[in-house]
Design a protein around this ligand. Structure first.
Ligand SMILES: [Zn+2]
Length: 119
């Protein structure tokens, strides 16, 4: 189902000195800031902004990230054609990030183990 609000959303990309990767703290190639929403434990929809870094190490092999990584690592400066490609590839990558969900059952199980001192 298509959310009509998503069709007008803006994705901000930062290519110039993005912050380090949030997972490995190595140099990232870009930062994306985009609208993101989820349903909280009370069933309410919570809307906000999310930031993600594209990392040549952590994101290697992930299909939507890989095409974007190859584009950014192949060219020193983006020409008009690669800049056009960047928009589409970044949108696909952001959409793949939105599809990542937390496994609530696993999280609850690990939380209970942690509370018991098993972790
Ligand atoms: Zn990384």
């Amino acid at each position: 189902m298509t959310d009509p609000d998503n069709s007008r959303e803006e994705i901000h990309l930062r290519l110039d000195t993005p912050p380090p990767c949030t997972r490995c703290e190595g140099p990232a190639l870009l930062l994306a800031r985009f609208p993101h929403a989820w349903t909280n434990c009370n069933g309410r929809r919570v809307a906000g902004l999310r930031e993600s870094t594209l990392c040549p190490i952590c994101d290697r092999g992930k299909s939507d990230a890989e095409a974007l990584l190859q584009l950014l690592m192949a060219c020193g400066e983006l020409d008009a054609t690669s800049f056009e490609s960047l928009g589409g590839l970044a949108a696909a990558w952001v959409e793949s990030l939105r599809q990542e969900y937390v496994d609530i059952e696993l999280l609850n199980s690990e939380h209970e183990q942690w509370q018991r001192g098993d972790l």
